[in-house]
Design a protein around this ligand. Sequence first.
Ligand code: ADP
Ligand code: GLC
Length: 483
Amino acid sequence: MTPVRVLAVASEVYPIVKTGGLADVAGALPTALKAHGIEMRTLMPGYPDVIRLLSGAEELRSWPDYFGGPGRLLAGSRDGLDLFVLDVPHLYARPGNPYVTAEGVDWPDNGVRFAALARVAADIGHGLVPAFVPDVVHAHDWQAGLAPAYLHYDGRPRPGTVMTIHNMAYQGKFDRTLAGAVGLPRDAAFDVHGLEYFGGISFLKAGLQFADRITTVSPTYAHEIQSDEGGMGLGGLLRERSSVLSGILNGIDVDVWNPQTDPHIAYRFSTQDIAFRAANKAVLQQQFNLDSSDEAPLLGVISRLSWQKGLDLLLEAIPTILDQGMQLALLGSGERDLQDRYQAVARANPGRIGVLIGYDEILAHLIQAGSDALLVPSRFEPCGLTQLCALRYGAVPIVSRVGGLEDTIVDIGEAGRDATGFKFGPVTADALAGTLRKANAAFHDKATWRRLQLSGLATDVSWRNRAGEYAALYRGLMASRRM
Ligand code: ADP
Ligand code: GLC
């Protein structure tokens, strides 16, 4: 196998900076790809945490004026990842979340911040770092979307390009004047076959327009985004480019998520001693101020609180949870209105509904280890990772029938395959409530429930095979460009 060099471009990478599943994927894929002969390095912005963690990094280049201030390109390794870091303090040296201010609004210069990242990605593609000249540049989400566009408009020999969509809802839309300001052809901003998007420009569209290959994170989502509704404005473009679009499921890092060795859970367990989950459930109930009861099915949620995740529908289904004698432990943060409504429901139902607003990795592990079922009632879900962790921890997933949830969970009613959970559709509060009742009945039938748990534990949720699909994609792309 000829080794292949791939430059991944991502705005967040676990365990260094994470706001969602993109970071998990960007953090796990390079290691998983090694076994397939792919040498991947990852370019990310130099947020304060990154600069702090890479204190010994080597300076490869420096510029007195990079998009309006001094900048440097650094190289370093951390947590098994080989990183390029774009250190441009006037763009990235800001506290907190990578995308928004403390008040939760987008940084006004996000367009320039992520154009700068894509520009250096394209330059690395052209050979800026002689020790690492990539065969393929792989851009993740809108923050990296201009990389294939720069490589295209530069009009020079270039590496192959791949654009991966983790979420169609975030499109990186900006005023069209930005194009010229960040060194792209001004007329490209007026060209529907260029960057133009509903009178402005879109970084995601740019990536989808110019990448040689487009992937998204599940086969079902690859299909859904070709519709007008699922495409969220880009369905037509994706239909046109469907011959280069494919879905590759995400995996999870099975070392980070391993119930046999997990340092964050109260009692470790394996398939043989799955009954130890009861001890984790007891600790979880304590942490969420829930009544201690082994008999009450405990539903867990670990989620961003946003329209996508359908958690407003779960609020409507709270009466069913209460009627059925179930409990709910929800960990999440996001939209203020949802946070307030969940906190109010918890106050009104002490012992039955527990809510913690915030982002807490350790608690996320305990929820997976201690809840009986994990709920993911999303309106759309490109892949979803929490249901994969749930399978690995013996929490039975209850999910909506969309995107990657459809592809990764086998419903109890599906013939011919070992069921691992419950799927409901259409994505409505009624359908969710009906499925909660069904799950409750199954929970009280101990043999059925154990069968679901064991099938989940036996499911391969690792990156092993999925990384192989990316490796084949890179190799296929290189072969087609040689022809
Ligand atoms: P998305 O990327 O759309 O938010 P995913 O399911 O792909 O959804 O990934 C979410 C990741 O973030 C998972 O690793 C999940 O455990 C984690 N996560 C989400 N919310 C929280 C939270 N409040 N606390 C800790 N981890 C969280
Ligand atoms: C996005 C999606 C989620 C997916 C993750 C990683 O944030 O919302 O479904 O699992 O990216 O690909």
